[in-house]
Design a protein around this ligand. Sequence first.
Ligand code: HEM
Length: 128
Amino acid sequence: MPFISKLFFGASLAYLAFGTAMGLLMAIRRGKWTLRLMPSHAHMNLLGWASGFLFALAYMIVPGPLYSQSLPYYHFVLWNAGLAGMALMWALSRFPKSPVPPGLVAPFGALAIISLWLFMINMALTVF
Ligand code: HEM
């Protein structure tokens, strides 16, 4: 397995652990405050676990050498920074009188989107 796939696979497992722990908390302690974790939970599971696992697979099964060998590492760093930042800002900003404004989710979202563009561009130039 290529090293970059190992990185994505390891991180996706960590997001699965965090994401499902939040889900369990929301399920057990049903109530107003736990539901504030929902966007963090949904994104950790979908962008973290599900997408991260697919990135690991994609870098494994792509035919031939990648168009760029370094872009996947930028993809990995920005994906983590963007996702962890979004999840944290969502969780912190959704409590009453929180000093964290909800707008702080956006810059981290931008990092996550840039990371996805790096993935798309590298994959497209490799495969087509
Ligand atoms: C142990 C596993 C999990 C538990 C216990 C759990 C639990 C929950 C709970 C309690 C909610 C709030 C639902 C509500 O009251 O409206 C929720 C929402 C959500 N969960 Fe999970 N979840 C789990 C795993 C996952 C996984 C693996 C994914 C995706 C891959 C996922 C995606 C979502 C999404 C997208 C929402 C938001 C749904 C909406 O907007 O209505 N969850 N989950």
